[in-house]
Design a protein around this ligand. Structure first.
Ligand code: EPU
Length: 443
């Protein structure tokens, strides 16, 4: 797993629109769960084995970072990875590797928790917002770490074992909650995290840490309590399915039309997005581990307003995809983005495809239905990439989506899975202008 992330190949996605999606698709493990779970493996010298790890660029990169730190990382099955962070483990995250993924910030809590020291590249703002981490830092400082910030790095050091603290977040930050959990499990005494994030991936991290011997209560609520323990041991853990991937496929079927069973993924984490789809006139029914989505393209979609919010609200990570869907609804829908300052990059590209959307502060006002037409567009982040694929599926003609590596960061085999459902989609290597493997795996 770790050897693959040296180069971002300049791939484009070519999508011929107008085909319905039909059949079955199996959802992979959650990227946003897997990353902190992999970081958690640093908290023990024993082996931690994770199953259902998504084979996406970000988990490959995390594996590479852990290996560079001194951990032994081995793929033990198609989606299983074992990590053993025996002695010694470096505390300095490789600058070039760490900088490539904002989520490397979760190594801060894990490294300080393990050895009392961490040096990490400081990620700047990115396409979707400023993405501050002052809540993470403040929590660690409360627990006894000294954290120095330079223009390029975070340098953290705890002179003694971290001690439990009452950490009250101003807002429920996801990786901030994970960082404090990772730091607190081996700290002395009791840590309380108030206004904690409640996302399913936060709950999954608590579960793995418990399996490793940690004492954590309340994950999934806004108050998490951790009683520090002396040591943690190895564990074997199944990463939760990626509800964001499942939601993306559900929206894609709604947009393109068709009849798809989304499998290997329980619907429980997607309650609000599925309600929004039903409000739009899409047929959704759910079973244990499956979501069945049916849309007859002959029937118009209804416009639906939504506001992104922390879990269990409508996830910001599905906003772009739903906005793309709303270009096909008859009437006006108002999409409000309340988590990130600047998560409307896809709008500019959708306008180029013929959508009618106006941005007004935090709101995007979408007028539908639009007859989208294929054109060249540029992907700016994982979810805008998914949105542009969805738009391209219902556009006439061929769309060319540049910077496909963004979607490879978070969607395992998007090209292969959509192709199985009947989409006309292929990946092309820009530099060679030849179609490599249709599987869509990251090279
Ligand atoms: N924020 C602060 N100060 C902080 C921390 C956060 O102001 O100290 C603000 C952020 O700027 C943002 C909001 O709080 O406006 C929420 O940020 P959060 O910290 O919750 O986001 P994150 O932990 O950086 C994770 C996911 C994102 C997802 C967000 C929101 C991972 C690895 N990343 O990011 O996933 O959008 O939570 O749910 O879990 C993606 O998968 O495409 C993705 C971007």
């Amino acid at each position: 797993m770790p050897q693959n992330h040296r180069h971002r190949r300049d791939h484009v996605l070519l999508v011929d629109g107008g085909r319905q999606l039909n059949g079955r698709v199996c959802i992979s493990g959650s990227k946003n769960a897997a990353l902190p779970l992999m970081a958690a493996s640093l908290l023990t010298k024993d082996r931690v084995t994770l199953h259902n790890v998504p084979r996406v660029a970000d988990t490959q990169l995390m594996a590479e970072i852990l290996q560079d730190l001194g951990a032994r990382v081995r793929d033990t099955g198609p989606s299983s990875t074992s990590i053993t962070a025996g002695e010694p483990v470096k505390h300095e995250v490789d600058d070039a590797l760490g900088r490539r993924m904002r989520a490397s910030i979760v190594l801060l809590g894990a490294l300080v928790g393990r050895g009392g020291k961490a040096v990490l590249p400081r990620p700047g703002g990115d396409a979707i917002g400023v993405r501050r981490v002052e809540q993470h830092i403040r929590g660690l400082v409360q627990m006894g770490a000294e954290v120095r910030e330079t223009d390029t790095q975070f340098i953290a050091r705890a002179r003694r074992r971290l001690r439990g603290a009452r950490v009250v977040f101003d807002l429920p930050t996801v990786t901030g909650t994970e960082n404090i959990m990772l730091a607190a499990v081996l700290a002395q005494g009791r840590t309380e995290i108030l206004q904690a994030a409640r996302e399913p991936h936060v709950q999954d991290l608590a579960k793995l840490l418990q399996e490793m011997g940690a004492q954590i209560y309340g994950a999934g609520t806004d108050e998490i309590v951790i009683e520090g323990v002396e040591r943690l041991h190895g564990a074997e853990h199944q990463v939760i399915p990626d509800y964001l991937e499942a939601g993306t496929y559900a929206i894609a079927v709604a947009a393109a039309g068709g009849d798809v069973h989304i499998e290997c993924s329980p619907p429980d984490d997607l309650v609000v997005p599925l309600i929004k789809l039903e409000m739009a006139g899409v047929h959704v029914d759910t079973g244990e581990g499956t979501i069945h989505v049916v849309r007859n393209p002959g029937r118009p979609l209804k416009p639906v307003d939504l506001t992104t919010w922390v879990h269990p609200g409508f996830p910001t990570d599905l906003q772009a995809q739903f906005l793309a869907l709303m270009t096909q609804a008859t009437g006006e829908s108002v999409i409000s983005e309340f988590i990130f300052e600047n998560r409307y990059q896809h709008v500019l590209e959708l306008l180029r495809m013929g959508a009618r959307i106006r941005i007004d502060g935090k709101m995007a006002i979408v007028q539908g239905p639009s007859r989208l037409h294929g054109t060249d567009v540029v992907i700016s982040d994982i979810r805008s990439g998914a949105a542009l694929v969805i738009a391209a599926l219902c556009a006439s003609g061929t769309s060319e989506l540049k910077k496909a590596w963004h979607v490879d960061r978070g969607y395992q085999d998007l090209v292969g899975k959509l192709g199985e459902l009947g989409a006309q989609i292929q990946r092309v290597d820009e530099s060679r202008r030849t179609a490599p493997s249709p599987s869509g795996t990251f090279e």
